[in-house]
Design a protein around this ligand. Structure first.
Ligand SMILES: C[S@@+](CC[C@H](N)C(=O)[O-])C[C@H]1O[C@@H](n2cnc3c(N)ncnc32)[C@H](O)[C@@H]1O
Length: 220
């Protein structure tokens, strides 16, 4: 497996949030409601759904689901992200019994079986090395209840290439500042998910913006 360049990723993300605050809200001040995969997910979820979001960041995606009545468990390995997220949910008057936020890495999650109606991986597991991503896909299946929904957002390789981040192996990108991406792409991800037992509900590509969202469902 190619070795990431530069700083470790946790430092990269913590310093990003410490220096720049709620970067996702600054980038998308109207929220994420225009993103097709997330919109489709929100149409399919029951109102009081139990949602796990990995790499929750500052909670922009989760906020949309909380406002529909979901209960959210959110994890991120950056304590700075979790604090910004908590402050946002409080400011938005989300009742405190509707969310639980934890500082944890995706790799160490142990959350039992069949607990969630939805696992949301919104542009997060793309930052894990390939083997850890595959482990996480299997764990997501385990965490979900039968028929539970799994939404993955991932950047396209071309998009990250254009940003000048060094490609250290095919589809794997790393920078001296600690940014790291292993981008499997929609076709490979779909086939891995099918092997695990998921059914693909839809793949929503935003080619010009350089990302795709993949919605899958756990078999019964
Ligand atoms: C691109 S941001 C997306 C944030 C959020 N999901 C959103 O859509 O606004 C990726 C997030 O994943 C978190 N992250 C990256 N690798 C992680 C890991 N191994 N464990 C936990 N969180 C991780 C980062 O701290 C960051 O907040």
């Amino acid at each position: 497996m190619p070795k990431p360049l530069g700083r470790d990723q946790k430092t990269h993300w913590s310093q990003t949030y410490e220096n720049r605050g709620d970067i996702w809200h600054a980038m998308y001040p109207d929220g994420y409601s225009g993103f097709e995969g997330l919109r489709k997910l929100s149409q399919m979820l029951k109102p009081n759904a139990a949602v796990l979001e990995v790499g929750i960041g500052t909670g922009e995606a989760a906020l949309l689901l909380l406002k529909m009545g979901a209960h959210v468990t959110g994890v991120d390995f950056s304590p700075e992200a979790i604090e910004l997220c908590r402050a946002k949910f409080i400011k938005e008057h989300i009742p405190e019994d509707r969310f639980e936020l934890k500082v944890a890495s995706i790799e160490e999650l142990q959350l039992g079986s069949s607990r969630f109606d939805c696992v949301l991986d919104y542009y997060a597991s793309q930052h894990l090395p390939r083997d850890s991503q595959l482990d996480f896909l299997r764990k997501a299946y385990q965490f979900l209840k039968p028929s539970g929904l799994f939404l993955i957002g991932q950047f396209s390789q071309d998009h990250i290439r254009k940003q000048g981040i060094k490609e250290i192996a095919p589809g794997t990108f790393s920078s001296e500042t600690g940014h790291f991406f292993c981008l499997l792409g929609a076709t490979t991800l779909s086939s891995l998910l099918r092997q695990i037992g998921f059914r693909i509900v839809g793949v929503y590509e935003a080619k010009r913006e350089g990302f795709f969202e993949l919605l899958a469902a756990k078999s019964r």
